[in-house]
Design a protein around this ligand. Structure first.
Ligand SMILES: *[C@@H]1O[C@H](CO)[C@@H](O)[C@H](O)[C@H]1NC(C)=O
Ligand SMILES: *[C@@H]1O[C@H](CO)[C@@H](O)[C@H](O)[C@H]1NC(C)=O
Ligand SMILES: *[C@@H]1O[C@H](CO)[C@@H](O)[C@H](O)[C@H]1NC(C)=O
Ligand SMILES: *[C@@H]1O[C@H](CO)[C@@H](O)[C@H](O)[C@H]1NC(C)=O
Length: 721
């Protein structure tokens, strides 16, 4: 994902292991002074006089530093303040590494620091939570500013004032929830911007307009669900763009088409179900495209990728439900050389797909349930007539069907062994056996099949209605048949619940697959559908009151302020994924913080605080029932520490267990909570419920604002955190 970062780190590592010569100067105690190779942010080589004081638990700067110091490494110490005077006499100081220290205020670092030659400042893994106006304005030559893995939750609009030479800015893996276009105003020469790993749900419109020189933008691991059409406007020089690990539900094609120079696009690990016709079109400089690791991707439609004349490498791998690539999915990809399709759920790669790619040199199809029959003739041993397309890992590219060819290597089967025509099969992965939909919502049921002769697809509805899709006319207007066999049901009512069957038929026979649709009735209290949260500027508003104070792998501590103590406050939370269960708990009046436990690591959650609403209780006064808008925020739990091999051993199991425990605790809380609203309890209530294993839910009540814990005060200091 963060390829640039890896390369960058690799370069650094290399720099460190490459030859170093002794530097004969009086060196501060325990530090090492030597001459080392060094590359400037714009890749100019230097032999740099270096003072190395890493990992020495220093609480103050080493002193005196040699006059000619070019690079000063202070990584992994215990610095929280800096005596600017010590660095003053160093006219050649170019690279200052203060990463992994204890700085919590940027003023303690950069104020009064006049270092006219400083090009590179490392502040990763400190405790910075806010960048005030003109944070680095005395460092006018700065080309590289690295602020990743801090606790930044607010950055003043003019924080980067004066940094007009900056080439590289890393503010990834902080706690920013919004991106302010004002930040980028002074950064007209910026080339690399890393913003990933911040819980941002929406990019501002035209937010990057100032970044005319930007070449690489990394937006991985945020909470992006969609993109405004003009979100990427102005990025005239952008070549590389990563949306790795977001929540996009479709390709943001309109926004992308406005980035004319794009060469590398990474859409890996998103929630995209279908790559639709025209989704990736007319991007005339695109060289490489990644559509990997998408749990929900099931189909690539006709002309989904069209007119990409420079595309040479296309990777669509590790998509466990991807079972359909339309025979004409790729149109005008005249330069495509490498097509990676391994580890999907594909039964074949259609010969029309192959013939639409004149320059194809290699294809990777292993780890797919391949059907060695009619549609795969082109791959047979004796069919390599006109051109040679190399199979990657041919020894692992095996037939799964038909039974008599099972486990044979595709490239060793002769065309005589493959049947010339074949029955349609609807892949199991394309259609789940059960789906739920909210009343009034829209439902898309995707059914796909490849066969020779080409099959026809149609649906039978619960009422037995079965118009052939070629006729395209349903009796009731709720049903729509979309191309390639998708059934759309609009404005679902409970009457549409039931069993739907898809039928794929050709002259040889038919295959069917059924899905049960359950309709969830609309609730009395209006609940906003998650999708409506995406649109409009409302998402950009910063809801100041509810905050995440701290989050770990499996817990998060929330805090909020409410001026009046509403009698029945409720907290609800849910992992931001289509099928995650939602949890909810009552909160005592006067409570201002809550420790959410049993969260999943590395997962986006949305938490809402519902003030003064109490679902299900009938005898509420009218006043308290008047539901106020819930306050919601999103955050992401920490990733589990490396190594993360075999991470997902049994996610279903753990989530089921967690659900059961949660339900248990909710019941306990409801029982325990019967007296809670009566106000008898002292304000310093500390409620702890332990059930088996280590499930703990804690509520802490703080008295007046004066008694807030110290840490909270520190973090609450800035109003938009
Ligand atoms: C600073 O760097 C310049 C150019 O590399 C060099 O000529 C000068 O001697 C250096 N100054 C010190 C104090 O080492
Ligand atoms: C780091 O410094 C703080 C005070 O600034 C001190 O409390 C702490 O013990 C120090 N840690 C180490 C490992 O020396
Ligand atoms: C910066 O300099 C000003 C005046 O020169 C002084 O008042 C202030 O304390 C200094 N700040 C730091 C952090 O040293
Ligand atoms: C919150 O809960 C987690 C998990 O039970 C625990 O590790 C953490 O210490 C708790 N934090 C506070 C402040 O209670």
């Amino acid at each position: 994902p963060d390829l640039t970062l890896y390369l960058f780190l690799l370069l650094r590592v290399c720099v460190c292991v490459c030859v170093s010569l002794p530097w004969h100067v009086p060196c501060p105690g325990r530090c090492v002074c030597h001459i080392k190779p060094w590359f400037s942010p714009d890749s100019v080589y230097h032999e740099a006089p270096t003072v190395d004081c890493n990992d020495l638990l220093l609480t103050g700067l080493p002193w005196p530093l040699p006059f000619g110091t070019h690079t000063l490494h202070l990584q992994g110490n215990n610095l929280s303040e800096m005596d600017a005077g010590v660095l003053h006499g160093l006219p050649n100081l170019t690279d200052l590494d203060l990463s992994q220290n204890h700085f919590s205020h940027v003023r303690a670092i950069a104020q009064n620091l006049s270092l006219p030659s400083l090009l590179s400042l490392h502040l990763e893994e400190n405790h910075l939570s806010h960048l005030p106006e003109a944070s680095f304005s005395s460092l006018l030559a700065l080309q590289e500013l690295l602020l990743s893995h801090n606790n930044l939750c607010s950055i003043a609009p003019g924080a980067f004032t004066g940094l007009s030479s900056l080439l590289r800015l890393h503010i990834n893996n902080n706690r920013l929830t919004t991106i302010n276009p004002m930040w980028f105003g002074p950064l007209q020469n910026l080339e690399v911007l890393m913003l990933g790993g911040n819980p941002v749900e929406t990019l501002p419109e035209q937010g990057f307009l100032a970044l005319k020189s930007l070449r690489s933008l990394i937006l991985g691991g945020m909470g992006l669900r969609g993109l405004a059409d003009n979100a990427l406007d102005g990025l005239e020089g952008l070549e590389s763009l990563s949306f790795y690990d977001n929540l996009l539900i479709k390709v943001p094609s309109r926004a992308l088409r406005r980035v004319k120079g794009l060469k590398f696009l990474d859409l890996n690990k998103n929630r995209i179900k279908v790559i639709n016709t025209g989704d990736v079109r007319d991007m005339v400089h695109l060289k490489e495209l990644g559509l990997n690791n998408m749990e929900e991707l099931m189909s690539i439609e006709r002309a989904a990728l069209e007119n990409l004349p420079e595309l040479t490498k296309l990777e669509i791998t590790n998509n466990p439900r991807l079972s359909f690539i339309h025979p004409q999915a790729f149109a005008q990809l005249s330069r495509l050389e490498s097509l990676m399709l391994n580890s999907n759920c594909l039964s074949t790669l259609h010969h029309r797909t192959m013939s639409s790619l004149p320059r194809l040199q290699e294809v990777s199809l292993h780890s797919n349930p391949l059907r060695c029959d009619c549609l795969f003739h082109w791959a047979a041993r004796d069919q390599r007539t006109s051109r040679v397309v190399r199979f990657i890992q041919p020894q692992a590219t095996l037939c799964s069907e038909p039974p008599e060819l099972k486990a044979r290597r595709v490239r060793e089967v002769s065309s005589g062994e493959m049947s010339a025509s074949c029955l349609p099969t609807i892949p199991t992965a394309s259609l789940p056996s059960n789906v739920g939909v909210r009343e009034g919502g829209k439902l898309l049921l995707h059914c796909r099949a490849l066969a020779d002769p080409q099959p026809q697809l149609y649906w039978v509805t619960p009422s037995g209605d079965s118009p052939r899709w070629s006729q395209g006319d349903f009796a009731t207007k709720r049903y729509w048949l979309l191309p390639e066999g998708t059934l759309e049901i609009r404005k679902v009512t409970p009457r549409e619940a039931g069993l739907y069957t898809c039928i794929a038929e050709n002259t040889l026979g038919a295959d069917t697959r059924s899905v049960t649709v359950a309709v969830q009735r609309r609730q009395k209290t209006r609940r906003r559908a998650p999708a409506s949260d995406l649109k409009g500027p409302s998402v950009l508003r910063v809801e100041t009151s509810l905050k995440v104070m701290e989050s770990g792998e499996h817990y998060a501590i929330l805090s909020w302020q409410n001026r009046r103590n509403y009698p029945s406050t409720r907290l609800s939370w849910q992992a931001v994924s289509s099928d995650a269960p939602a949890y909810s708990t009552r909160i005592l009046a006067g409570t201002h913080s809550f420790n959410l436990t049993h969260l999943q690591a590395g997962t986006f959650y949305r938490v809402c605080l519902h003030l003064g609403t109490s679902e299900g209780s009938k005898h509420n006064s009218k006043r308290s029932k008047a539901s106020r808008k819930p306050q919601c925020i999103s955050f992401r739990t920490k990733q589990v520490a490396e190594p993360r091999a075999s991470l997902q051993l049994s996610p279903e199991l753990t989530s089921t267990a967690a659900t059961l425990l949660m339900i248990l605790v909710l019941i306990l809380m409801l029982l325990a909570g019967q007296g809670w609203d009566s106000g008898k309890h002292p304000s310093a209530l500390f409620q702890e419920i332990k059930s088996h294993k280590s499930l703990v839910i804690m509520q802490k009540t703080h008295g007046s604002n004066k008694n807030q814990p110290k840490r909270s005060e520190k973090l609450l200091f800035h109003h938009d955190c």
